[in-house]
Design a protein around this ligand. Sequence first.
Ligand code: CU
Length: 124
Amino acid sequence: MLLLRASAGYSLRPALAILCAVLFAAACEAAAPTAPVATNQVDLPRSYKFAPEDITVPVGTTVTWTNNDNFTHSVRLQDGGETQFMKPGESVTHAFTTPGVYQYDCSLHPKDMQGSVQVDAGSQ
Ligand SMILES: [Cu+2]
């Protein structure tokens, strides 16, 4: 009886430790939003994504998207109503002349491919 209780206590401890570690890691991941990357180049690698998804540029910057995937994609700015298509190997550009946060997606794969451009005001 004593032996059984002791062994049960020992086997529970590692399991609890693992559970805590998993929960802690999950909480950390959820709590840390990815900051936008300072670049004017967005890559479309394989498959079906913008990389990096969220970028930040100074106002007046022209951003270039380059399709390195094997499929045709597009950049559709949600507020501008403009959609530019890229076949594999092609690039499109857009000049951001007004500060703000611009959400965009691929009009062909809007559920999988989304991104944003944060255009910061400031001296040029
Ligand atoms: Cu696409």
